[in-house]
Design a protein. Structure first.
Length: 167
């Protein structure tokens, strides 16, 4: 199965599998993945654009690459979001209590995410890594765009759910 095929299967089922009920009174969100170069950076970019006043959003990686993937920057610019000023950051488990919600965006981060304090909610978005895409430039960019669009929709739905819970 190609990454594109697995992404299509993911798209068809992702909203049924992902729970958005996240009881929170504060609004500090961390998007966590392995490299902090693609998915978590895109999620942070969408969240910064979508978040209402009072939200703090960040991203981090368990093994950060030290850069934002150039294709992630390009596809986010296509969506009108500039993530060039964001940085690839390392996850610091000692600071986890500074967040109210941790969103893992890959299986590795989900498995390796340390136990969270009870006051920190957690959800997982099982997204393929576009940086591992293979094929022609057009095919790879298509995968980056599909992952970007999926993340954008998930972030939008997350903030809609959090706003409903806050009312």
């Amino acid at each position: 199965m190609t990454m594109g095929e697995s992404l299509c299967k993911l798209r068809a089922c992702s909203f049924r599998q992902i729970s958005f009920f996240i009881p929170m009174t504060k609004h500090r969100i961390l998007f966590l993945c392995t490299g902090n170069s693609c998915r978590s950076q895109m999620a942070e970019g969408f969240a910064r654009q979508s978040a209402a006043a009072g939200y703090t959003v960040a991203s981090a990686g368990l093994n950060p690459r030290g850069y934002i993937h150039p294709r992630a920057i390009i596809v986010m610019q296509e969506a009108g979001i500039d993530i060039r000023s964001q940085n690839s950051k390392s996850f610091d488990a000692s600071r986890i209590k500074n967040y109210d919600l941790v969103v893992t965006l890959c299986g590795d981060a989900e498995e390796r995410c340390p136990a969270l304090p009870p006051e920190v909610a957690r959800t997982h978005w099982p997204l393929p890594d576009p940086a591992k895409a293979t094929g022609s430039t057009e095919e790879v960019m298509g995968i980056f765009r599909r992952v970007r669009d999926e993340i954008g929709e998930l972030v939008k739905r997350l903030f809609a759910e959090l706003e409903l819970q806050g009312k």
